[in-house]
Every structure is written in structure tokens, then in C-alpha cells.
Design a protein around this ligand. Structure first.
Ligand code: DAL
Ligand code: ZN
Length: 294
């Protein structure tokens, strides 16, 4: 490979995991889910933008990027019948600057921030505290509401012999602006948009997103993190502690971003369990939940 990850399969469904092990009944009643998803898809229909590009990256434009793509087989659609089997194909990703839905600080679990939706200017989440309070090494801050479950996640990982650290956490809008601009300088804007959010559009600005890495390791996007024990443990277990992988393999035609095995957003254990069981991407679940005013 030339340092870039493989392209993932286009035309995957709204669902995100081939290996999902749902243990609860679906989060939404079947008919409601199908109607809601159909409406969401209709909203996206006709959207324009680039699709299935996959490139790792995040905080540090100066970091040399090498492959960190997950194995292609991990992007297969769900193999067994489920409520999601009748869902429409993923919409094409889209770029816009529409005001984010549910942007109140108290609505942190359901705030929609993506390539379409932009957080308000001056958005600075309250009660940011160092991630070290959760007993995790690495720098940065997150909202205090996420600390207990970050601590629980890190403890469970350690028990399983998996040592995690934080590469990047909260970013102000100004910092996200610098980060994106740095990537534009090194990669060009079209390429940068495939792995870095424009200012106002990053989940890191919520103070509830973390880029994980291996303790003692380098930046996750430069060390084949996707195939590491840390990434595999997170993919299987993070949701139990309220953390959801925002950009899973196979969803780039929807999210605009390639798989980021390191990027997790805290949404609380209740919402995380629903998202996990729905087999939808976090983005699709949030849009559906917003339509349903859930
Ligand atoms: N890498 C993710 C998309 C971000 O920049 O927020
Ligand atoms: Zn990230």
C-alpha cells in the first residue's frame, strides 16, 4: 500500500457492524424504525459530496500518516436478518453549515455534529476536566460527566490486559480550525475533509470525544492501530461503558469519514446500548432519534 488505507466497500447499509451481538430487543419498534430511517434517508436523498474515501488522521497534521485501515472483511453488511435488513442504502455524505440540532449543553447525548451540522459559534462545553482524572495516561480534557465511565472503561481494559491512553480529547473551535488548516496544507482540502472535521463540525468540540491510542504507543493513525488489541477491545466493549465508535468501517459514504478505530464519543450507557443494539451508526441513530424526538 502507498500509506493510505484501502477503500471500504460502497453501498453498505445504515448498519455498522458485521459482528454485532445484540442481546436486547431492538431499541425502536420495528415499524417505527423503518419509517424513521426511511424519512432520514429521504432527507439525505439528492445529497452531494465525496463518498468512499478512507484516510486516517486527526489532531496533528505533522504526524506522518501510514496505513491504519481495518481489514476489508470487517466492512461486510450484517449477515443475519434483523430489523435493519430492510433499511435503505446509505445516503451519500454531504457538506453543509446548518445549525446543529440539540446543541444545548444539556443535550450532549443527542447533539448532532457532523459534516452537515455545525455547532454554534462560542460553543465551549462546561466542566472540562483532565482525562488523567480517569486514571488514563495522555493529555487533554473531557466533560466531567464522562469521567466515571472513562475510568470504568480503562479499568476493564486493564483487567483484560489492554492498556489504553488518550491521544486527543476536547478541542476548541479555534484549535479545530488550526488542525483542519494544517491538514489542508499537507493533504489538500478535498483529502483533508475525508479524515478531519472543519471547525464547528468536530465531535471533539463537544468535550465528549476521545481519540484513543495504545499506552506508550504513537499516534493511532500511524501505527496500524485498527488491528491492535486496543482497537479490537474497544470495538467490542467500549459501548458497555457508554462510548461509541463514531466512524466505523464501511460507513464513509454516510459519515464522509473513513474508519477511525481510535475515535469514540461518550453518549452515556443508556444511549450507547441503544445505538449498539440498533446496529446503526451513531450518526444515523442520532438523526433518527431527533426526528422521533426521542
Ligand atoms: N477526525 C474527526 C472526523 C474529527 O476531526 O473530528
Ligand atoms: Zn477523533
Amino acid at each position: 500500500m502507498d500509506g493510505r488505507p484501502e477503500r471500504a466497500q460502497p453501498n453498505v447499509r445504515f448498519v455498522r457492524r458485521a459482528h454485532a451481538h445484540a442481546t436486547r430487543s431492538p431499541a425502536l419498534p420495528l415499524t417505527v424504525t423503518i419509517v424513521v430511517i426511511t424519512v432520514v434517508a429521504a432527507l439525505f436523498t439528492g445529497a452531494t459530496g465525496s463518498g468512499a474515501a478512507v484516510t486516517p488522521g486527526s489532531a496533528d497534521p505533522s504526524a506522518k500518516r501510514t496505513s491504519s485501515a481495518p481489514p476489508t472483511k470487517s466492512v461486510a453488511p450484517v449477515p443475519t436478518p434483523s430489523p435493519t435488513a430492510t433499511m435503505p442504502q446509505l445516503p451519500t455524505c454531504r457538506y453543509a453549515d446548518e445549525p446543529a440540532a440539540r446543541a444545548a449543553y444539556a443535550d450532549w447525548q443527542r447533539t448532532i455534529v457532523d459534516t452537515t451540522s455545525r455547532l454554534p459559534k462560542g460553543y465551549v462545553p462546561p466542566n472540562l476536566v483532565p482525562v488523567s482524572r480517569a486514571g488514563v495516561s495522555g493529555g487533554g480534557s473531557i466533560r466531567r460527566i464522562a469521567i466515571a465511565n472513562l475510568k470504568a472503561l480503562a479499568r476493564a481494559a486493564r483487567k483484560a490486559g489492554v492498556r489504553l491512553a488518550v491521544e486527543s480529547a476536547y478541542r476548541s473551535e479555534a484549535r479545530q480550525h488550526r488542525t483542519f488548516a494544517g491538514w489542508v496544507r499537507t493533504s489538500g482540502e478535498a483529502e483533508a475533509r475525508r479524515f478531519s472535521a472543519r471547525a464547528g463540525h468536530s465531535e471533539h468540540q463537544l468535550g465528549t470525544a476521545i481519540d484513543f491510542k495504545a499506552a506508550g504507543g504513537g499516534s493511532p493513525w500511524t501505527h496500524a492501530f485498527a488491528r491492535s488489541r486496543q482497537a479490537r477491545w474497544l470495538a467490542a466493549n467500549a459501548w458497555r461503558f457508554g462510548w461509541i465508535q463514531s466512524y466505523p468501517p464501511g460507513a464513509e459514504t454516510q459519515t464522509c469519514y473513513g474508519a477511525e478505530a481510535w475515535h469514540y464519543r461518550y453518549v452515556g450507557r443508556d444511549v450507547a446500548a441503544e445505538v449498539h443494539d440498533s446496529e446503526m451508526t451513531l450518526r444515523a441513530w442520532l438523526w433518527a432519534a431527533d426526528l422521533q424526538r426521542k
